[in-house]
Design a protein around this ligand. Structure first.
Ligand SMILES: Cc1ncc(COP(=O)(O)OP(=O)(O)O)c(N)n1
Ligand SMILES: Cc1nc(C(=O)O)sc1CCOP(=O)(O)O
Ligand SMILES: [Mg+2]
Length: 205
């Protein structure tokens, strides 16, 4: 069973599959423990293509591979699990479809009650965000860092998301988050591999 802790990279949304694989390949060996394939813009054929390539790449590096939003795509590519939010499939339905061993992540925004319900429905981890202003999702609700201490009683790991950088990572970890989910600060960095190392080092401190 995968360990749900550490650096959780999430892919930028792109139609350029070759460049996507190149960028993910650059960061995977530098402390990434989980990778989420998040693509809201491409057609099903391209999404299947990209997800298949990423699943192989992650599994060859021993990195846990999660698909955002799409339970059937996760099944089709042999992903380790799926991440679901309020507009996606229900957690219990995803658990029934994917089985007991699948990782199912739940977006809980700024709401500990949502997290309690997600765990009761079978979530493997809960995510809170946005912990900082996010360039990727500028209108995301802001989540207070106190949520991570409150989430300890839920009995599943927690992920923090939204505006996380190497500079503010320490604050989020001190608050109690088990995973740092990052898009922009990692994939838009001048040196993504070095940034991954910095984020992973913050998690080890
Ligand atoms: C680790 C993690 N946390 C939160 C989200 C956001 O999920 P959701 O609210 O469903 O929004 P979209 O990502 O689908 O736009 C996530 N993907 N991953
Ligand atoms: C996909 C997503 N969900 C969020 C939430 O708050 O639920 S914030 C977010 C974007 C995260 O990207 P970045 O690391 O570039 O800020
Ligand atoms: Mg979603």
């Amino acid at each position: 069973m995968a360990t749900l802790e550490g650096l959780y990279a999430i892919t930028p949304d792109t139609d350029d599959s070759e460049r996507l694989i190149e960028r993910v390949s650059d960061v995977l060996p530098h402390g990434v423990r989980l990778l989420q394939y998040r693509n809201k813009s491409q057609d099903p054929v391209r999404r299947l293509w990209q997800a298949n390539l990423l699943a192989s790449l992650c599994h060859s590096h021993g990195v846990t591979f999660i698909v955002n939003d799409d339970v059937e795509l996760a099944l089709a590519v042999g992903a380790d699990g799926v991440h679901l939010g309020r507009d996606d499939a229900a957690i219990a339905a995803a658990r029934a479809r994917l089985g007991a061993d699948a990782i199912i992540g739940a977006s809980c925004y700024d709401d500990i009650k949502l997290a309690e319900a997600a765990v009761a429905a079978g979530a493997s981890y809960v995510a809170f965000g946005a912990v900082f202003p996010s360039g990727t999702k500028p209108h995301a609700v802001r989540a207070p860092l106190e949520l991570f201490a409150q989430a300890k009683r839920l009995g599943v790991p927690s992920a923090a998301i939204g505006g996380i950088t190497a500079d503010n990572a320490g604050e989020v970890i001190s608050a109690g988050a088990d995973m740092l989910a990052v898009i922009g600060a990692l994939f838009d960095a001048a040196d993504p591999a070095q940034t991954a190392e910095q984020l992973a080092a913050a998690l080890r401190r």
